[in-house]
Each structure stands twice: as C-alpha cells, then as structure tokens.
Design a binder for this molecule. Structure first.
Ligand code: NAD
Length: 250
C-alpha cells in the first residue's frame, strides 16, 4: 500500500536519496527545501516545495497543504540541516552558532510539532530525524554542529516517549561522513580552519572509521526505508549510526 512520506531538506543530498528510495517503493513523497534551484530540479514524481525549515509561516503553509491534500501522513522525516562553522570555539561567530542551531533544531521543532499532532491523531506513524555521528561523539572544532546533532538525539528520545503510547515510533539516523559535495565543503572548511591539506583532513575522517571509507547516500536512505518498515515495528527511541563504525574523532 502506498504510504504518504514528508521529508524536509529533500531536494538534494540525503533527503533526495531518501525521497527517491520511497518513490521507488511506490510511496507518495513530498519534500520541502530552502533552495529554489534544487527544488526546480526534483523529479515530477516528487511534490517539491520551496520552504525554509526555520520559517514558521512557510512551514505551516507547506505542512498545512500536505495535511489538507493527503489527509495526514505516514512517515515524516526531519532531515534539513547545515554543517555550521568549523574552528576552535573562541574563534566562532555567535551568528554562525545561532544559524547552525536554528536550521538543525528550530527546523526539527517545527517539523516534529506538526508530525506529533498529525501522527498522534491517527494513532500510527513513523517520525525520523537526521542526526549525525556528530550526535554520538564530541568532534572537536565543530561545537555548533555537535551540540545541534546531540540535540536532535535528545529530541528523538523525548518524542519517542511522548508518542510511543499513541503508536508512533521515533528514531534518529546518524550518518557518518557521506560521499558527496556536502562533505567536500566540510573538508575544505576544516582544512582551512586547521591549516591542513584537504587530503589530510579526508584521511583523518576515514582513518577514524573501521571500514576506512565514507558512507553513501543510498546506504543512509536504506536505513530510513528499514526504520519506516514493519520490520522495525519494535524499534523506537534509537539513534542508529550508518557510519562504518566510528572509532576515533580526531
Ligand atoms: P546537503 O547540503 O547535500 O542537502 C541538504 C538539503 O537541505 C539541501 O537541499 C539544502 O538546500 C536543504 N536545506 C538547507 N538548509 C535548509 C533550510 N533552512 N530549510 C530547508 N532546507 C534546507 O546535505 P546532506 O548531506 O544531504 O544533509 C542532510 C542531513 O544529513 C543534514 O541534517 C545533515 O546535517 C545530515 N548529515 C549529513 C552528513 C554528510 O556527510 N553529508 C553526515 C551526517 C549527517
């Protein structure tokens, strides 16, 4: 049976990989994204809308439209996030800290507040949040992102307890470094912040992982598909790493 899937930050990267994985299973998928060009490039099989997850009015319009057109949702994925600045905390700008926390956490709040009301009323549903291995470890020089992604795990745990009695499961996915343009940007930023070569920073990431490689967007999407499936019926309140087993953070 076709399920109704809503994904934030779904016009590129991991969100798009998840959207395409659910479409391939015959599900109805809607995404929002702050990048109009990315939204315009999404396949017509996916309903794609421009909305910034930190904009309460824009999110209310997007989610209200889904609720009206679809009469609810089955799977909601709060995925939009930004990496924030890199560097020793004493060098970081307050505005960059606030923006990182806002996109990652305010966005999750607005998405989860809507999802909780809708899924609870249905007495069923799956809520997934994209955290990171940065929500499981204390990576240095990334304090805003690490704080935000631990916050996502906290939100997941609290919501799993709040919504479990109503038949709603809530889990976080914690990807390791994912192959693609976003990690290329993070590596360039960290290399500059630490006066290291990009090759050295990249090696630092892979050397700290047992499988000695980055993960792929499809592997992260596969976890979302599994967590939304009946096979995961007893899994809630978990922070599931898809990271090749992180062993070191520096
Ligand atoms: P990405 O930059 O490739 O894609 C993120 C998408 O979110 C983009 O389309 C972007 O336009 C959108 N977005 C950004 N800010 C937004 C906002 N305010 N409102 C709506 N949309 C917004 O990044 P990604 O790798 O796909 O990241 C997705 C999630 O995965 C994020 O929460 C990120 O923190 C997390 N994550 C990524 C990695 C990685 O290595 N790529 C690792 C761990 C966790």
């Amino acid at each position: 049976m076709s399920r109704r899937v809503v994904i934030t930050g779904g016009a590129s990267g991991l969100g798009l990989a998840m959207a395409e994985a659910f479409v391939a299973m015959g599900d109805q998928v809607a995404v929002c994204d702050a990048d109009p060009a990315a939204v315009a490039s999404v396949s017509p099989a996916i309903l794609a809308v421009v909305a910034d997850v930190t904009d309460e009015v824009a999110m209310s319009d997007f989610l209200g439209r889904i609720e009206a057109d679809w009469d609810g949702a089955d799977i909601v994925i709060s995925n939009a996030g930004i990496g924030g600045p890199a560097g020793p905390i004493e060098d970081l700008d307050f505005a960059d800290w606030q923006r990182c926390l806002s996109v990652n956490l305010d966005g999750a709040f607005l998405t989860c507040r809507w999802a909780a009301r809708v899924l609870k009323a249905q007495g069923a549903g799956v809520l997934l949040l994209t955290s990171s291995v940065s929500g499981l470890f204390g990576f240095p020089w990334r304090t805003p992102y690490v704080a935000a992604k631990w916050g996502i795990v906290g939100l997941t745990k609290a919501l799993a307890s709040e919504l479990g009695p109503y038949g709603v499961r809530v889990n976080a996915i914690c990807p390791g470094a994912v192959e693609g343009p976003r990690m290329d940007r993070v590596i360039a930023m960290e290399a500059q912040a630490q006066s290291r070569s990009e090759a050295d920073v990249r090696k630092g990431f892979t050397d700290g992982v047992a499988l000695r490689r980055f993960v792929t967007a499809d592997e992260v999407a596969a976890m979302a598909v599994f967590l939304a499936s009946p096979g995961a019926a007893s899994i809630s309140g978990q922070a599931m790493a898809v990271d090749g087993h992180t062993e070191r953070t520096t």
